[in-house]
Design a protein around this ligand. Structure first.
Ligand code: AHG
Ligand code: MN
Ligand code: MN
Length: 335
């Protein structure tokens, strides 16, 4: 579809290609796009509207909540609960599944999200994002329970993220490639600016929080050491490094110019196999990355194949340029 196509036209035309589509999914995506516009507005106005700062509360992960974590979670709930497309929602910021209030009809989809990713960056005016994943409810029109959400990533109907950067973008996949839209604030619409995004297969750029280095497992230690050794080392080329601490921003960079992103398993807290959460961070990002020709693994297995056991389950994440991820996976295989 041509550059400048509105998101609305794009999803309606995609829907027309699917026999038997009812329009429910299209309408759900429209509501999601609205929530993202509202979040973008709040993030952008920032201190002008008093949304900055930290709360006393902690979320289920034991992380202190930013005011904006709670505000953006609420925006997602309010804009997606009423229309009758969902049988339930789950979020990083809610311990349990969110039941659709009784006055609204139930639908056939489940929505899972990280309403504000990279929230440690919000007070310092660095890019943050929203990550979402849409699943089919095992039973339509019935209030969903936790079990219903525990589907492997390969079952996702749609995955996407919004990046609140120097411009606001919405990047999404429904399993037919990845497309990026930029919010035109004056027009109030997302317009197609990045059709068919593809991740270069090779890269010289890696992203990892090296302050955790002493806790990494041997294969990751080896990989990073070899990157740092540069031209003279076994990889025979110089690498560059980036760490934004907003997964959305890292994945967006990788979709734009390639790279590898790692939040690997480490020994810091043996109870936590990685930092990132499977259902609303790793799975949607892995679907996007694979759809753009990249790869995504824990080092030991493909992320999209993992059978989830809990809503807030954590997982190791190694994703990005295909050949580079393959190198790290190979180091795990032969360790
Ligand atoms: P969230 O703000 O939703 O809790 O996620 C933050 C995540 C991810 O976006 C980022 O890659 C990572 O945490 C940063 O971790 P460090 O603070 O350890 O660098
Ligand atoms: Mn996050
Ligand atoms: Mn978050």
């Amino acid at each position: 579809m041509p550059i400048g196509t509105t998101l609305t036209q794009f999803i309606i035309e995609e829907q027309r290609r699917i026999a038997g589509a009812t329009g429910d999914f299209t309408a759900l995506l429209n509501d999601l796009a609205t929530s993202i516009k509202v979040i973008s507005n709040a993030v952008n106005k920032g201190a002008l509207i008093g949304v900055m700062g930290t709360l006393e509360s902690e979320n289920v992960q034991g992380e202190t909540q930013k005011k904006l974590d709670v505000i953006t979670n609420d925006i997602m709930l309010r804009h997606n609960e009423w229309a009758g497309h969902l049988a339930g929602m789950a979020s990083e910021e809610m311990d349990e599944v969110y039941a659709i209030p009784g006055q609204y009809p139930l639908g056939k989809y489940l929505l899972v999200f990280d309403p504000l990713d990279g929230s440690s960056n919000v007070d310092i005016n660095i890019s943050v994002g929203t990550i979402f994943s849409i699943l089919r409810a095992p039973v339509a029109n019935r209030a969903a329970g936790t079990e219903d959400f525990l589907q492997p990533g390969v079952k996702q109907v749609c995955a996407g993220y919004a990046l609140y950067g120097s411009s606001t973008m919405l990047v999404l996949t429904t399993g037919h490639g990845v497309n990026g839209f930029t919010l035109d604030r004056e027009v109030g619409e997302f317009l197609l600016t990045h059709p068919n995004m593809r991740i270069p297969e090779d890269t010289k750029e890696f992203a990892i929080n090296t302050s955790n280095r002493r806790f990494w497992e041997a294969p990751v230690q080896r990989y990073v050491e070899e990157c740092l050794a540069g031209k003279e080392g076994p990889r025979g080329k110089d690498f560059n490094m980036r760490w934004v601490a907003s997964m959305v921003a890292e994945v967006h960079r990788i979709l734009t110019r390639g790279g590898i992103f790692m939040y690997p398993r480490d020994t810091k807290d043996p109870a936590k196999p990685g930092k990132l959460r499977l259902l609303y961070e790793a799975n949607p990002m892995s679907m996007i990355v694979e759809q753009a020709g990249g790869a995504s693994s824990t080092g030991y297995e493909r992320i999209l194949d993992i059978q989830p056991e809990g809503l807030h389950q954590r997982v190791a994440v190694i994703l990005g340029s295909k050949n580079e991820v393959e190198v790290v996976v190979e180091y795990h295989r032969t360790a």
